[in-house]
Design a protein around this ligand. Structure first.
Ligand code: BEZ
Length: 211
């Protein structure tokens, strides 16, 4: 069954390029990003894994751990790692699961048979420290992901986990945010001491509270 927002992320133990990994133990109290790659030694996947490795500092700053999954073997992933290093100029710095038996792919519904019977689509699952799924994304094999977008949604998710706010169209870290309609004007004055601008009763902007 498809994993939906708010579901508890299924736990698993799997062989990876960093040995046997239990997903929950690996995440600990951190946020997590589990993302799938259709196949080793393919062009788009090579750019993605290198790109995510190069941006590991951005994920570390956000207390977020990365783990990738691909239906090839760990032995294949280990050979591919050298290409990623060579092509992208960075060493892979998070585990890739060797999911030859599709255990993780099936658990997270990453194989979409009308796209491919055997390869995963490019799925992204963002998991909060309470192990609930906070975001899912699905791209076809032909479209590489965008690290800036994933960091942006992570910032938004972490902000709305800490404050009663939502983020508007094209929001990025540092921009004004929207006060939740569940917060009264009276409470908003207390919760958001920098003040707020009321455009409509239901649309109130305030400076990003953690800046
Ligand atoms: C790629 O990563 O380039 C790719 C993988 C599987 C199918 C098509 C493209």
């Amino acid at each position: 069954m498809a994993i939906r927002l708010g579901d508890v992320a299924p736990d698993f133990t799997a062989d990876t390029t960093e040995g046997s990994v239990n997903f929950y133990d690996y995440l600990g109290d951190s946020w997590g990003i589990l993302f799938s790659h259709p196949k080793d030694f393919t062009p788009v996947c090579t750019t993605e894994l290198g790109g995510f490795s190069a941006r590991k500092g951005d994920f570390d700053k956000r207390n977020t751990k990365l783990i990738a999954v691909s239906v090839d073997s760990v032995e294949s992933h280990n050979r591919w790692k050298n290409d990623i290093d060579e092509v992208q100029g960075t060493m892979l710095n998070f585990p890739i699961i060797g999911d030859e038996d599709h255990k993780v792919a099936d658990l997270y519904d990453m194989i979409h048979p009308n796209a491919s019977d055997t390869l995963t689509v490019r799925s992204v699952f963002i998991v909060a420290p309470d192990k609930k799924v906070k975001l899912t994304l699905t791209y076809p094999a032909s479209v590489g992901r965008n690290v800036d977008e994933i960091v942006r949604v992570l910032d938004s998710l972490q902000l709305s986990a800490a404050y009663p706010v939502a983020t508007p169209l094209d929001w990025k870290d540092g921009d004004d945010v929207i006060i939740s309609p569940a917060v009264s004007d009276e409470d908003a004055k207390e919760k958001f001491p920098k003040g707020f601008k009321k455009v409509k009763d239901y649309l109130r902007f305030t400076p990003q509270p953690n800046k």
